[in-house]
Ligand binder design. Sequence first.
Ligand code: ADP
Length: 968
Amino acid sequence: MKAKEKKKSGAILAVSAGIFVIALSISSFFLLQIIGRMNQSANQNLLTSSRVISEGLNNKITLDRELLSALTELLALEENGVIEETLREYADSTDFFRFAYIDMEGEGVDSEGNAVYASDLPFDEIALSKGTDGMSAPYHGASGRIHITYQSPVFREGKQIGAVYADRIIDDYNLPTLFTFHNGAGSAYVVDGNGDFIIKSRGTASETDVYSYLAKQKNGAAIQDTLRRVIQEGKSGTLVVTNEAQPSLLGFLPVESPQGCYLITVVPRAVLQQEAKPIIIMLCTMFALLLLGGLSVATLFAGRQSMKADVRQKEYREKLFGNLSANIDFAFLLYTPAGHKVELVSDNLSGLLGITPEQAQEKPERIFDASGLPQGDADRSSFFNGTLKEQTTRESMVGVGPNEVKRWIAVHLIPADYGQYLAVFHETTEEHNMREQLADALTQAQNSNRARSAFFSSMSHDIRTPMNGIVGMTNIALNNLDDREKVESCLNKITGASGHLLELINEVLDMSRIESGRISLKEETVHLPSLIANLLSFLKPDMDKKNQSLLMKSQILEHDTVISDGLHLQKILLNLLSNAAKYTQAGGDISLQITETPVDAETIRMSFVVEDNGIGMSPAFLKRIFKPFERAEDSRMSQITGTGLGLAITKSIVDMMGGDIRVQSREYEGSCFTVDIPLKLPAQQAREYPDLAGYTALIVDDDQDACESISLILQETGIRANWVTNGPEAVEQLWNAHVRKDDYYVVILDWKMPEMDGLETARQIRKRLGSEVPILLLSAYDWESVKDEAVRAGINGFLTKPIFKSGLLEKLRYYIRGEKSKTEALGTEQSLSLEGVRILAAEDNELNREIIIELLESSGALVDSARNGQQALDRYLNSSPGHYQLILMDVHMPEMDGLEATRAIRGSGRPDAATIPVIAMTADVFKEDIRKCKDAGMNAHIGKPLEIDKLYATLRRFLNNDQEKAGM
Ligand code: ADP
């Protein structure tokens, strides 16, 4: 762009220069012509002046001639005696200094009275001898000066009587009026054919001839020769000479008389060109001005072109930069180190680095400061002092402060043309992070691979160990069939080993499902109190074995029913709590705290905190705790079986639920896992709570927070609630109320309290106040173990921690007002009895069929079995409606599978076809399999191999309340 414009302005300059050279030549030509004409006119001028002088001289000579002629006529008339007198008179009254008369004899007299003889005359005599008049050639007279003599014959009556002569000093003709011209600047001389001066002029006094005069005036021989030649040739004209040290013009003109003489005129050229000079100067000045003007215009025009080009280029560049910066994330700085000048700054700089273009213009170093490139950096310095030789790229981090966002900025420093430097800035945080992530991913992949190999090697060990146990114990049992105790011990060990094996397999399967993305979450109604009770029923035995205490720290929870995936939610808590139990020494403390925070009208956030004072973990291990197959490498771990998958599974489930899991731990001190999960609330949340306004309640708990939260809930429903934090105070408070005849309607009493526990307090209360006031015992979970003792101490009912608002109020309604709710009627106090329950069990595997029959019948159930789906269907159809209370159905069976059989049962049209619970028993534990079961009309699903606890829990759900349809 720039080169093109430069070319254009260069071309303009060249064309302009061409035009002006032509104009100059033409003007010079005309100028020379003018000067030539002027010179010519000067020559003419000089010649004209010369002619005037010559004419003047001629006139003088003519006048003198006429004077002589008049004298001759006078002398012709006069007598001889008076001639002398007449001559004298004439000499006195004219410019002639002497007159003479000579008669025909050659003798005469002059005006001074001297005798004159024709033979003595110093010039060529013609008047006497030839009878003609004329003028002599100049000659050196007796006065030492040059004379001329006019001569004329004297005729009397037609006959010559003599001749008269008039002598004159020729130089007398040198009259200033005649021989000077141009206001005295020009001089005139008369020279003879040899160049000798006849009539002199100024400055010629010492020179006798014109040539030596010219030589003296420093004119070369060439000029003298030229003059000599032209005089000889009788020409007239002008010559350029030097006179009185100035260039002059010399005119030469032959005069009429004296014959053969030349009139020489000299005048300085300056004088001649006096009028022409201002014209020439004017012309030259005009021409010079014209030239100057033209050149200026051309330069201006070319400059304008180049300026226009520069402006256009700058505009183009700015536009280009503007467009570029608007469309890309790169910011630019164009800088000229030579002038410390910022040429261009892109507008997006402020967005990228927070430096406005004005700030950048003022101090470009700021941009580099903001980009994180430090002041001492060599490349930065060479950018600013113009020594950067080649392109270079630097990347720096900005935002190092504690509250600042860390960002990476790359700057490319590029030496550009015209001594300018370009700096291009852009953010590379994403690339940088990606690079780091890739590196991390690589390390992770390597670690994961390592962990996987370690896992497989430990898996083979982990599988072999229980298998060995099972095989070994089976052999021992077989060999000791008669020893009942030994067999029982062997069977117990086999149960333990197979339980572990099952857990291992389940977790590997879970993990593989999660890793392959085949797991998806259900949205079902989850009853949290049941979930927690279920959970604790699994965990309690292990904790009891290790004599660990489980503390429920939760305050009252508002919502007891949420929408979630119950099984997976349970799995999360189960993993955390079972780990807490596993990795905490015997006698250790474990706590579970549940808190609920509202998110919006439909959602709450539940936080589950599982804390223990067990072996804890190292900070290094904490970093990889949620990775699959990772287990702490700790000598204390060698005794604890595990897969290293539980927490990876837990984290995956939490993530899928949109929650968050965190862990804090210190080696030898304990661990604390926190899980936050958003949970949806069921649509019909507006529950009706009993109206208990006006009743009073006393809360007794050493945990003040618990007291406050319970009393707050009670007060919301109108109950006047007071609280105390220990047993004696409670007894006191109750007694005082009794004395005031303002007995409390109910006492909520915590079981575990220091000094005086709940049971003891109850005893004291009963002792002082009798059995009137209902006392509810608040316990963590295992009140059943103290049920009898509690009842004996005077406890009327039990409340389990964590307390849910609905459960609490329903319990109170029952104990204050005697109204029993549905929940209360279905309380957990009820135990499962299969006594007399008819169950149809379909299972093709004989061993499994035997096990299930054995398990059910040992609980009192009446079991009919079927080998395949068809047989099961037939048995169902052949029985009377209501005969079977429940069907257990294997899925994979020959002839007709469980799904088809269930569909047939549901479609049989019998009165109990829709209601009879059909429970799947299958090793297919994947979600799709469960869904298929549900789609076929099955109510629930039990995984194989059968776990007695789970089997009973499921049966309990369906047999206790046929109407309640538990979700799958
Ligand atoms: P595992 O089957 O080994 O228990 P997890 O994934 O559940 O697998 O746990 C991974 C590892 O994390 C455990 O092997 C153990 O080293 C450590 N860990 C988990 N929970 C605790 C805890 N409460 N206290 C100490 N260490 C724990």
